[in-house]
Design a protein around this ligand. Structure first.
Ligand SMILES: Cc1cc2nc3c(=O)[nH]c(=O)nc-3n(C[C@H](O)[C@H](O)[C@H](O)COP(=O)(O)OP(=O)(O)OC[C@H]3O[C@@H](n4cnc5c(N)ncnc54)[C@H](O)[C@@H]3O)c2cc1C
Length: 372
C-alpha cells in the first residue's frame, strides 16, 4: 500500500473526484477548501448537472464518455433526488440544416460506439410530447443523464473520508511550490504530490503557469422552477448549443432545460466572456424566451431562483489535466468550461494514474497542461 502524501487544493466536483480516486489507491489525502464545504462554491455550486456525451471534438468525447460511464457505474452513495438519473439528452433541430448536423453527429457517435437515435417528425414528439410541434427532428442519447453536483461533490468527499482522507475547510491556499502549499495565514504544508483543482483561478496558484494554456471566465445565467413543474423527461438542448459552448462570441443564448428528479426544471443557458456578476434581467428574459420557443408554456412556470455562475474556459477549449510543465510534484485539473461535472471522474482517474505511475485508461496527451 502506498503512503504517498497528497494535497488536493479545491473541494469542487473535480477536487472531490480526484480525492476519491487518490485515496482509493492508498494515497494519504488531505483536501484544502477555501469555502465552507465541498461543492458549495465555484462552478460546482452554480452548474446545471447535465451528464452528457458531447461530440464537439474526438478527445473531449472520450473524456465525456469515460466520465458518464463512471457516474453511471461508480457514483458515491447519494440521496435519490440528487444522484444520477438516466434522463437521456434530446438535441432538437428547428430546420433541415439542424437535422443534417444532428445526423452527422449521430454518425460520429456511432463510430465512437455511443448509443444515439435520430428521431424525425412524430418520433420526436413520442419521445418528448411537450416540445413545439414545428420542430423537425432530434437526436436522442438515452444514456446521458442529470445529477445535482453540489451533493455529488459532498458525497465524493464523504466516501473519501470513509477511506481515510481528511478535509480542511475555510482554508485558502495562497501559493504553491514544489511539494508545498502555503496558506493565507502563512502556515505551509508539505506533500509528495499536490493536485491543484481550484477552478477558475487554478493557474494563479501554479508556478510556471505562463507555459500553460490560459483559462478565461465565461459567465452563465440559470433559473429553476418550483416543484410540480417538470413537464419534460429528457434534458432538452437546441442543436446550435455547442456552437455557443465553443465560440468566443460576445454573448450566446441557447435553450438547454434540465429535468430534476425533485419535479423541477433548471432553465438555461447563456455564455459570455466574463466573471459572473449580478443577474442581467434582459439576458434572463432572452433565455426564458428561447426555452419557450422549444417548450411552449415553460415561460409561464413559476421560478423560485435565478443565478449566475462562471465556467473556467481554456483558450483551446480543452481542460488542463496532468503534471505541470517542468514540475515533478504539481498536477493541475482545471478549465472544464461547461463539462466539468460530466468529466470530473474521468479527469480524476487520469490524475491518479499519472501520480501512481499507472497506465491511463484513455490517452492523456490532449489535456497536457503544457501543450502548445
Ligand atoms: C452556468 C453553468 C452551467 C453548467 N452546466 C454544466 C452541466 O450541465 N454539465 C457539466 O458537466 N458541467 C456544467 N458546468 C461546468 C461545471 O460546473 C464545472 O466545469 C465544474 O463544476 C468545475 O469544477 P471544479 O471543481 O474544477 O471547480 P469549482 O467548482 O469552481 O471548484 C473549485 C473549488 O476550489 C475552491 N478554491 C478556489 N480557490 C481556492 C484556494 N486558493 N484555496 C483553497 N480552495 C480554493 C473553491 O472554493 C471551490 O470549492 C456548468 C457551469 C456553469 C457555470
Amino acid at each position: 500500500m502506498s503512503t504517498l502524501r497528497i494535497i488536493v487544493v479545491g473541494g469542487g466536483i473535480v477536487g472531490a473526484a480526484c480525492a476519491r480516486s487518490l485515496v482509493r489507491r492508498g494515497g494519504q489525502v488531505e483536501i484544502i477548501e477555501a469555502g465552507d464545504g465541498p461543492g458549495l462554491h465555484g462552478a460546482t455550486a452554480a452548474g446545471m448537472g447535465h451528464i452528457v456525451v458531447n461530440d464537439a471534438e474526438p478527445a473531449g468525447l472520450q473524456l465525456c464518455l469515460l466520465g458518464r460511464k463512471l457516474w453511471r457505474e461508480d457514483a458515491p452513495p447519494m440521496n435519490p433526488d440528487d444522484g444520477f438519473i438516466e434522463s437521456g439528452t434530446l438535441w432538437m433541430a428547428e430546420d433541415q440544416h439542424g437535422l443534417d448536423n444532428l445526423s452527422r453527429a449521430a454518425d460520429r457517435l456511432a463510430t465512437a460506439g455511443v448509443t444515439a437515435h435520430l428521431l424525425e417528425g412524430a418520433a420526436l414528439f413520442d419521445a418528448e410530447p411537450a416540445l413545439s410541434r414545428d420542430l423537425i427532428g432530434g437526436l436522442q442519447l438515452p444514456q446521458d443523464g442529470v445529477l445535482y453536483a453540489p451533493a455529488a461533490a459532498a458525497a465524493l468527499v464523504a466516501e473519501s473520508r470513509r477511506l481515510g482522507a481528511t478535509i480542511r475547510c475555510r482554508t485558502r491556499v495562497t501559493s504553491v511550490e514544489e511539494n508545498r502549499v502555503v496558506f493565507a495565514h502563512g502556515e505551509s504544508m508539505v506533500a509528495d504530490a499536490i493536485v491543484i483543482a481550484s477552478g477558475l483561478d487554478a493557474l494563479e496558484l501554479c508556478p510556471g503557469s505562463e507555459n500553460c494554456i490560459p483559462i478565461h471566465p465565461r459567465e452563465g445565467h440559470l433559473a429553476i422552477t418550483t416543484r410540480g413543474t417538470c413537464i419534460i423527461s429528457h434534458h432538452v438542448v437546441e442543436a446550435g448549443y455547442q456552437k455557443g459552448a465553443q465560440g468566443e462570441e460576445d454573448e450566446a443564448v441557447a435553450c438547454a432545460v434540465l429535468p430534476r428528479s425533485t419535479d423541477q426544471l433548471c432553465i438555461g443557458s447563456s455564455r459570455r466572456p466574463r466573471r459572473a456578476g449580478g443577474l442581467d434581467s434582459d439576458l434572463m428574459e432572452r433565455i426564458i424566451h428561447r426555452a419557450e420557443r422549444f417548450i411552449p408554456g415553460i415561460a409561464g412556470l413559476p421560478i423560485i431562483r435565478k443565478w449566475t455562475g462562471t465556467r473556467a474556459a481554456s483558450a483551446d477549449g480543452r481542460p488542463l489535466i496532468g503534471l505541470l510543465p517542468g514540475s515533478s510534484s504539481l498536477w493541475v485539473a482545471a478549465g472544464f468550461e461547461g463539462l466539468g461535472i460530466t468529466q470530473a471522474p474521468a479527469a480524476a482517474e487520469l490524475i491518479a494514474a499519472s501520480i501512481f505511475d499507472e497506465e491511463p485508461v484513455i490517452d492523456p496527451t490532449p489535456w497536457d497542461p503544457g501543450r502548445n
